[in-house]
Design a protein around this ligand. Structure first.
Ligand SMILES: [Zn+2]
Length: 435
């Protein structure tokens, strides 16, 4: 099979650039060529060094900015119908919007259609990998993975575990939750580029027995992911602690159960203290920072500097439908503002990291995705500097590719995505973009 050379300006992280301005950990290749063979990156080089032969196909995106495909570390596909619903904070929002929406996923045909819709929104926004919550129904996971497999995507997902404090028709039991998850692991984990995530919604909707069986499954499948929510909202923190009075903190509920480890990703992590953050770091667990959701639901401000100081890893996430945009660019804009409110101006290199390599590190996948290093899977996004009049004018005056990227964060969304590539093949045409 031949080689494809994608021509563009390339920008990616090779390491964590940190919070100091500078540009360490970033590689920029202006007028570059990315050589892709069998879906994997062979080499990134200056286009002038490219030796074109009859077996090299050229995809010409000169003038565009290429970055690695975005990685959304926390998102709910069954919430496509309730995103942007008015007027509630977390616990009320679950009752009013989330539970009624999730009920519909008992119907496999409904779930199939929602999964296809959701993945099309991710791809038109340049997101090529996500850690996805399904519903309590196993068929919601089958629907999602079937759609992801068809598109060749690297996706992580799992069935919600929820055996108390929820409507009867959305409740599993500790035993059926374990059995259904185990069967889904066997059906999907490691198939194509798919990975299974053991997914207790959050401690208040799982009994101690359910958390214990989730941890048992995690021990039985050591390379599976674990995903849940922690310390999003103050009422939620109080509720969780009242349900588990023996735990030293909300996070400690998961630690005592055996659910903190590598490949465990916890959404929000706002109301943690430094001891909790250090525990996350020691266990190898990562946080999913969900800025549009945290602002929309009035939950609080994620402290990125404190997370970094404690050694806790952070990935970025849209958290649709608590979050309000499918776009990781728009999500980065809100992430920047959330840190500004805490006195930290996140440099563009760190923002790029959060949406790409940092997400891959949080998910334990940095050897597969998140950068343009040789051997990585060729998932990438082509950004159009002329996508809108505002972007064209701003990027004409920009200093370098990192400055361009910052402008894309602040002014861009799906309109800025000219093309998305999965395993070296283009999948989303600009005509499909709809926000
Ligand atoms: Zn969530």
């Amino acid at each position: 099979m031949g080689v494809t050379a994608i021509l563009a300006d390339f920008l990616h992280c090779t390491a964590d650039p940190g919070l100091a301005a500078g540009g360490d950990g970033v590689e920029i290749v202006r007028d570059g060529a990315l050589l892709v063979r069998d879906g994997r990156i062979e080499r990134l080089l200056p286009a002038r060094a490219l030796e074109a032969g009859p077996d090299v196909a050229i995809d010409d995106w000169r003038g565009h900015l290429a970055v690695p495909g975005f990685i959304d570390t926390h998102v709910h596909y069954p919430q496509v119908d309730v995103v942007a619903s008015y007027g509630a904070q977390l616990l009320d929002w679950l009752e009013r919007y989330t539970f009624p929406a999730e009920r519909r996923f008992a119907d496999r045909a409904y779930a199939d259609a929602a999964a296809a819709f959701f993945l099309d929104r991710l791809l038109e926004n340049g997101t090529t990998t996500a850690a996805v919550y399904c519903t309590v129904h196993p068929q919601s996971v089958d629907a999602f993975f079937t759609a992801a497999l068809r598109r060749g995507l690297r996706m992580i997902a799992g069935k919600l575990l929820m055996d108390r404090n929820c409507p009867d028709d959305l409740r599993d039991s500790a035993r059926t939750g374990y059995d259904d998850s185990r069967a889904l692991v066997e059906r999907w984990h490691g198939r194509g580029r798919l990975g299974y995530a053991i997914t207790p919604r959050f401690a208040p909707t799982s009994t101690p027995e359910q958390l214990a069986l989730a941890a048992q499954l995690a021990r039985e499948v050591p390379d599976a992911w674990i995903q849940s929510h922690v310390a999003e909202n103050r009422d939620e923190v109080d509720w969780a602690r009242s349900l588990f009075p023996e735990a030293a903190s909300y996070l400690d509920i998961y630690d005592r159960a055996g659910l903190l480890r590598d490949r465990a990703v916890y959404g929000h992590c706002i109301w943690l203290d430094d001891a909790d953050r250090r525990r996350m770091a020691q266990r190898g667990a990562a946080a999913a920072f969900c800025p549009t959701s945290n602002l929309f639901l009035g939950s609080g401000l994620y402290d990125l500097a404190a997370a970094r100081a404690a050694g806790m890893r952070t990935g970025l996430a849209t958290d649709i439908g608590g979050g309000t945009s499918y776009s990781m660019l728009a999500t980065l804009a809100e992430a920047y503002k959330v840190q500004q409110l805490q006195g930290v101006s996140v440099p563009p290199a760190q923002s790029l990291y959060l949406a790409t390599l940092g997400g891959a590190v949080a998910l334990g996948l940095a050897d597969r995705i998140g950068s343009f290093r040789p051997g990585r899977e060729a998932d990438l996004v082509l950004l159009d500097r002329n996508a809108t009049p505002a972007l064209a004018r701003r990027t004409a005056a920009s200093a370098d590719a990192l400055d361009d990227f910052f402008a894309f964060m602040m002014l861009g969304d799906a309109r800025a995505v000219a093309a998305t590539y999965v395993l070296g093949s283009r999948v989303a045409a600009p005509a499909a973009a709809s926000g």
